[in-house]
Ligand binder design. Structure first.
Ligand SMILES: C[S@@+](CC[C@H](N)C(=O)[O-])C[C@H]1O[C@@H](n2cnc3c(N)ncnc32)[C@H](O)[C@@H]1O
Length: 293
C-alpha cells in the first residue's frame, strides 16, 4: 500500500523508504526549470526513486513527456503504479537500470534532472544506503560518461547536489572530460518569506566542514527502517516537510550541456580548449554562490 502526494492532477505513489528528498528540497526544481530552461518536450529523471521531481515537472506543464529510471525495483514498481493509476502510459516510461546501462538507445531527452546519492563512500556503505552513497562517484561518473548519446540538440542536464557532501570541483572534471560544457553552478532562489542572510565565506567553509563530518551519519540514522518509519510515517511530517519555507538550504545545482557540434569541430581545428558558455536564460548569475567553490 503506497502513500500518495499530489502534484496538480497527478497523484504520485511512494513509500517512505523510497524518498530521497524529492518531495521536499527536490521541488526546488519547479522554479529552477521555469527560470533557466522553460518548458521542454522530453524530460528524464535519473536516480528517480518514485519520481517526485519528474512527475511534478510533468504536472506543472514543464515537460510534455517524461522518462524515469532507477536501479531499485521497488522504486520502479511505485512509478509503474503511478503511471497506471494516472493513465499516463502515452506520456511516461520507466526503466529499471543500473546507471544508464539498460536505457534503450532510441531515447532522446531535452532535459535531464536528478537528485542522485550525494555522498562518496565505500561499496559496503552503498549497499547499506543506496539513496545516500555514490561509491567512488561511479553513479555520477558513469552517467556523465554515457549520457551524451541520449541528449537531443541543446539539451540541458541539471543535477541537484548537496554542499554538505560535495563542491563543484568534484563534478566539473567529469562534465568536461566527457565533452559537456558546465553552464552554471547555482542555488535555487530562496522561497518568499525566508530570512535571507548572506554569511561571510569563512562561515560557509566552517559550516560545510562540520556538516561534511556529521551529516552522513545523521542521514544514515534517519534512514534506518524503524527510525525512518517512526519519523516520517505520519501526517504531521508530511505536512511540515511540504512547507517550502522549511526546505533545507544546502543544495546547489550543476547545469551542463552537450557542446554544440560546431563548437567542438572549431575547437579541434584551432586546438583551443576554451569552453563554450552560452548566456544564461532568465538573467541567472554565473558567479558561483558563496560556499560553492
Ligand atoms: C537521493 S535518492 C533520490 C530519490 C528520488 N529521486 C528523490 O528525489 O526522492 C537516490 C536514488 O538513486 C538510486 N540509485 C542508487 N544507485 C543507483 C544506480 N546505480 N543506478 C540508478 N539509480 C541508482 C536510489 O535507488 C535512489 O532512488
Amino acid at each position: 500500500m503506497y502513500y500518495k502526494v499530489k502534484y496538480n492532477e497527478i497523484s504520485v505513489n511512494y513509500l517512505p523508504e523510497l524518498d530521497g528528498g524529492g518531495m521536499t528540497f527536490g521541488q526546488q526544481y519547479l522554479s529552477v526549470i521555469r527560470e533557466k530552461v522553460g518548458r521542454v518536450g522530453h524530460a528524464f529523471e535519473y536516480c528517480a526513486g518514485p519520481g517526485f521531481i519528474g512527475f511534478s515537472l510533468l504536472a506543472n506543464g514543464l515537460c510534455d513527456r517524461l522518462t524515469l529510471a532507477d536501479v531499485n525495483p521497488a522504486a520502479v514498481k511505485a512509478v509503474q503504479t503511478t503511471i497506471r493509476e494516472n493513465r499516463l502510459e502515452d506520456r511516461v516510461r520507466v526503466y529499471q537500470s543500473d546507471c544508464l546501462d539498460d536505457i534503450p538507445a532510441t531515447e532522446r531527452w531535452d532535459l535531464v534532472v536528478s537528485n542522485p546519492p550525494h555522498w562518496d563512500g565505500t561499496e559496503e556503505s552503498y549497499r547499506e544506503a543506496i539513496r545516500l552513497v555514490d561509491p567512488g562517484w561511479v553513479i555520477h561518473k558513469r552517467f556523465y560518461r554515457d549520457v551524451k548519446k541520449f541528449l537531443a540538440p541543446n539539451a540541458s542536464i541539471i543535477f541537484q547536489e548537496s554542499s554538505h557532501a560535495t563542491k563543484r570541483d568534484d563534478f566539473e572534471p567529469m562534465i568536461k572530460e566527457n565533452g559537456l560544457d558546465l553552464v552554471e553552478v547555482f542555488e535555487a532562489t530562496p522561497p518568499k518569506g525566508r530570512f535571507d542572510f548572506t554569511a561571510p565565506q569563512w562561515v560557509h567553509k566552517l559550516t560545510r566542514a562540520i556538516a561534511h563530518r556529521t551529516m552522513l551519519p545523521l542521514e544514515k540514522l534517519l534512514m534506518v527502517p524503524g527510525v525512518e518509519k517512526a519519523l516520517k510515517d505520519n501526517d504531521l511530517y508530511r505536512k511540515i516537510s511540504a512547507l517550502p519555507g522549511l526546505a533545507p538550504t544546502q543544495f546547489y545545482f550543476m547545469w551542463s550541456k552537450a557542446q554544440p557540434a560546431a563548437a567542438v569541430s572549431a575547437r579541434a581545428t584551432n586546438g583551443s580548449t576554451a569552453s563554450h558558455v552560452p548566456p544564461p536564460r532568465g538573467g541567472g548569475s554565473r558567479v558561483p554562490p558563496a560556499g560553492l567553490n
